[in-house]
Design a protein around this ligand. Structure first.
Ligand SMILES: [Cu+2]
Length: 555
């Protein structure tokens, strides 16, 4: 292994992760702020575009966490510039939110207090964040409480946006109003407690308090500032408890709201919260297809990872198998409720109807575009495989000889046969999809079945190849990256085979043809399958053809 590479990979995940947290919070604020300020949001397009800019830029700034590792100035400066540039889209948002408040009629209910808290905390968290990309300043602030103060200001802002959303949507979900007095009190305590605690963290960091120490160094004022910060966190704790009491009180004894579809009267000011899809059947009834599985699969998507970790790290097959089984059962329940129940005759529009009951709280109308979904999957997969492939080249670049001495010579016969098989399965899938488009479900089913068989042969060939190579995964960095890459790819083949099986099953129960959605799903699976093929061609080249045929990179 390599500690620096590990840091790179960690922060390549870790930095965008921060935006995974903050972007939904920004979305919440952009929704609630204008409705509580009783006027439309200023610069909607600028806010939307800046979100996309933040998402893209977040992938190219990770090394700002590693300036003290010793990257060298050539590597540090581009990351310094890129990181400072992220402040621009964030600044655009803050500007638009602030201008939206100007000359408006601010309604100081609990959600708005939390939104205003978000603004204040996010501005301070953002400005203290711009200190770090400046390399010489960062060398001083690295691993001090200043980082903690900055980070907590941002995360506190995120939490306040979530609290705003919970209070704002509470009457929609329950039909009752939360306790306003307790709600406002919680927001005030949350603001005061957070401001005290995190401002003192910034001060402590500025004075030189290092992170991850259990005792402050014996410097004047340290002890006192720490005690005050702890007192601040107590106020924060009381505020947090009050949130739950205010909601619980509302749930049990809250006043029923007059209009549950629009409890805040947002439609009156021309900003209804949702645009329900008015899709009715012949009898004028609105159809719902409520099932919680999509949300539950999302919420429990960490289960398979945890399961695999239990198996690999502690050899605990029981817990591992149980986690995987629970998650698989949830996925099956989702697929069943979505395609094989009495709701299956509904088309996409009516499936996407808004359902505001707490267990199925989701806005489905936007979530049913399979092509968009597969494009997003492929976008994230490019980063996953890109990270693994980049790690492979990192080791290759650093190694004096590649593959390292002692690596068995890998024969190319089985992998090349496997390549032909996998590429042929791409052809059969594509032709099958074209048949489906022309309405020929039978031919699609036959060709998808051939694809399924070819894919399974590929997987068996992969297992044969693992055994034939006689190379244990723990041998050296080559074998480790070899198995990481090929098994990750194999997992994607398995997921593709599951998706194809689902298509075949749906071709029997009649939910595949006769509507645009059926083609869309088949098209999405076909695109995904081509992507799996493409990745394999890259892997065969870098794992078999180049290292055993060409001289080492560093030679
Ligand atoms: Cu970062």
């Amino acid at each position: 292994g390599d500690a620096i590479l590990y840091q790179h990979i960690f922060w390549f995940m870790g930095h965008p992760e921060v935006y995974v947290l903050v972007l939904p919070a920004m979305g919440i604020v952009s929704e609630i702020l204008p409705r509580m300020a009783r006027r439309p949001i200023y610069g909607y397009k600028a806010i939307a575009v800046s979100s996309i800019m933040i998402t893209l830029m977040s992938f190219f700034v990770w090394a700002h966490h590693m300036f003290t590792v010793g990257l060298g100035i050539t590597a540090a400066v581009p990351f310094m510039i890129a990181t400072m540039a992220v402040a621009i889209p964030s600044g655009i948002k803050v500007f638009n939110w602030t201008v939206s408040l100007y000359n408006s009629r601010i309604w100081l209910r609990t959600p708005m207090l939390y939104v205003l808290g978000f603004l204040a905390f996010f501005i301070i968290g953002g400005i203290t964040g711009v200190f770090f990309p400046v390399v010489p300043v960062d060398i001083h602030f690295q691993d001090t409480y200043f980082v903690l103060g900055h980070f907590h200001y941002v995360v506190n802002a995120i939490f306040m946006a979530i609290a705003a959303a919970v209070f704002y949507y509470f009457p929609y979900m329950t039909g009752k109003m939360y306790n306003e007095t307790l709600g406002r009190l919680s927001a005030i305590l949350y603001t005061i407690g957070g401001a005290i605690t995190y401002t003192l963290m910034l001060s402590l960091g500025y004075l030189g308090m290092p992170r991850r120490y259990y005792q402050p160094p014996p410097l004047p004022g340290m002890e006192e500032l720490h005690s005050l910060a702890t007192a601040g966190s107590m106020i924060l704790a009381v505020g947090t408890v009050l949130i739950y009491i205010a909601l619980l009180h509302g749930l049990i004894r809250g006043k029923p709201v007059k209009n549950r579809d629009d409890p805040w009267g947002a439609a009156r000011i021309g900003q209804p919260d949702f645009y329900p899809v008015s899709h009715t059947d012949g009898a004028g009834l609105i159809h719902y297809n409520p099932h919680p599985w999509m949300s539950l699969v999302g919420a429990f998507s960490a289960l398979p990872l945890v399961g695999v970790m239990f198996i690999l790290k502690w050899g605990d097959w029981a817990v591992g198998a149980l986690s995987l089984a629970i998650f698989t059962a949830m996925c099956i329940a989702w697929a069943y409720s979505e395609y094989f129940t009495r709701y299956r005759h509904l088309n996409g529009a009516s499936r996407g109807l808004l359902d505001l009951r707490p267990w199925s709280f989701r806005l489905g109308a936007l979530g049913h575009d399979p092509i968009l979904a597969v494009a997003l999957i492929i976008f994230s997969e490019i980063f996953l495989f890109g990270t693994l492939i980049a790690s492979y080249f990192y080791y290759w670049y650093k190694a004096p000889t590649w593959p390292p001495p002692g690596t068995p010579h890998l024969d190319t016969l089985v992998p090349l046969i496997n390549t032909v098989i996998l590429l042929s399965s791409g052809v059969t899938m594509h032709i099958g999809y074209n048949y489906l488009r022309r309405g020929d479900v039978e031919s699609f089913r036959s060709l998808a079945t051939v694809t399924l068989i070819l894919g399974s042969i590929f997987l068996s060939g992969q297992v044969v190849e693992y055994i034939r190579s006689g190379m244990p995964p723990m041998l050296n960095v080559f074998s480790a990256t070899f198995y990481s890459l090929t098994s990750t790819h194999g997992l994607h083949v398995i997921m593709g085979l599951i998706a194809i099986s689902l298509l075949i099953a749906r071709s029997y129960n009649g939910t595949l043809p006769n509507n645009e959605r059926g083609y869309g799903v088949a098209e999405a699976v076909t695109i995904y399958w081509h992507f799996v093929d493409l990745i394999w061609v890259v892997l065969v080249t870098i794992l078999y053809l180049v290292p055993f045929g060409l001289p080492s990179l560093s030679a």
